[in-house]
Each structure stands twice: as C-alpha cells, then as structure tokens.
Design a protein. Structure first.
Length: 262
C-alpha cells in the first residue's frame, strides 16, 4: 500500500497560510482607508467585497450539490440506520479531537486541551474506537478548535468573505487554518494509507452533508445571504468561545442562523 504523507506538502502549504494572514491584515487596513462609493452605485458589503464573484461560485457549488452530493446524501440518510449514522459521525468527530487538542495548546487554553485529551481517551477506549460518544455523557462536551481560530486568538483578522469552489464558505483566515490543520499539524489521518484515506474522506463528506439536510428547512429569503450570515456568525461564535458581545455582521437581512457544521 502507498502511504499518504501530507507533510510532504509543507513547502506548498506554508505560503498559503502566510498569504491568508497577509490578506486578513491587508483587508482590515483597506477597510479603514476605503473611499465612499460613487453616488448612485450599488453599496458594497464591507465583509463581502467580492459578492458578485462569490455568488457565481455559490451557484456552481449549488449545482454540484443538487446534481451529485445531495442525492447521494439523501440515499445515505434513507438507508443508513440512525444508530449507524450516529456512530459514523462520532467516529470522525473523535478523529478531530487531536486537532482540538493541538490548537487548544497553541491558544494557551489548558482546560480545553485537557477536555480534548479526555474526550479522545474516553471515546477511543470506552466508546469502541470513537463510535460511541461516551465523553459527553461524562460531562465532557466537545470544544471545537482549529487553526483558523488560533489565528483569530492571536489577532489575525478574518479578511473578506470568500465562497470557494467545492469547499464552500470561507475567509483568508479560515483558508489558512484549513491548510495548517490538514497538512502541517498532527493528525490521525496521517496513519491512514492510500487508497483507504480517499474512501474515508468520501464517507465523511457524505455523512456531513446528510447531517445538514434537516437544517435546510430553516433557510429562507436569499439563500446566498443566509449561508453567508450563518457562516460568519458561527465563526465569530467559535473564535470568541461563545462570548458574543456584538454582532459585526448584522445587517438588514434577517437570514441569520448558526450551523454547527460550518
């Protein structure tokens, strides 16, 4: 079997992370010196200056989802027993505890690091390798942490809202975090060989998409704005550990909902 070694991508990923940080800082500076739009022109949302392009990417992603991913996810949801669906979700969530632990350390959050280590130990040992979430029953709920949150903890700005092909809602800070989490920081995914890792990733994507189907009933109005607000509010909530004192993304749009899977 060929081993999948994402750490070999380090030289390519580090420039992406650095670029994300620079874009985040540059965006914040640009907003401070931005000139007012010409009279009669369409106002630009400061958090979404590339809205025209982002909407085109959203349309592309939505087409791929409607014709490919969503039908597979609906079939999966129809035939997969609830207990098995929950077990698969728990298993992949358990793998992410290493990421939670590492980023908690990088953010100097000792308590969160202990919780992540405890959850991984309990769920792996007593939860049949992570298939059962026994840690939550032991009053150890998950505390999601990623490198995008780590960048935010140390003062890196989010940067403009981005809609990425296939990846969906993001930002320069979030994109840099994904690169670091996926290819640089320690991960249990490193121990999965090829081609098994591709099957596992495919199952994870389908499982996550299937879990989002019930949330579709909450969507109203302009779907693009709804998704954008949900993503930005959710990221703000995570970076501030749930201590939201203001809503920097509030607007005249009513479409705002926090989705756990963003």
């Amino acid at each position: 079997m060929t081993r999948f070694s994402p750490r070999g991508w380090l030289p390519a990923v580090l420039p992406v992370a650095v670029l994300a940080i620079l874009l985040s800082a540059g965006s914040a500076t640009a907003q401070n010196v931005q000139e007012p739009p010409p009279e009669g022109s369409t106002p630009t949302n400061p958090q979404d200056p590339y809205e025209n392009w982002n909407r085109k990417v959203y349309t592309f992603n939505d087409t791929v989802d409607r014709w490919a991913l969503r039908p597979v996810a609906k079939t999966y949801r129809t035939f997969m027993p609830d207990f098995a669906d929950r077990a698969i979700t728990n298993f992949f969530n358990n793998l992410s505890e290493i990421r939670n632990f590492t980023n908690s350390i990088l953010q100097l959050k000792g308590e969160s690091a202990v919780v992540a280590a405890g959850r991984f130990t309990y769920n792996t040992v007593f939860g049949l390798g992570g298939l059962i979430d026994v840690a939550t029953a032991f009053d150890l709920p998950e505390r999601p942490e990623d490198f995008g949150q780590t960048l935010g903890y140390w003062g890196a700005g989010s940067g403009p809202y981005l809609m990425l092909p296939f990846l969906g809602p993001s930002s320069p800070r979030r994109l840099g975090g994904l690169g670091m989490d996926g290819f640089v920081l320690p991960s249990l995914w490193d121990d999965i060989e090829s081609p098994e890792i591709y099957y596992a990733r495919g199952l994870q994507i389908v499982d996550k998409r299937a879990d989002l189907i019930p949330a579709e009933g909450f969507i109203s109005g302009d779907v693009y704005i709804f998704v954008r607000n949900a993503f930005m509010q959710r990221r703000e909530f995570l970076i501030n550990d749930g201590k939201v004192t203001r809503d920097p993304f509030a607007s005249d749009d009513d479409e705002d909902l926090m989705l756990d899977d963003f």
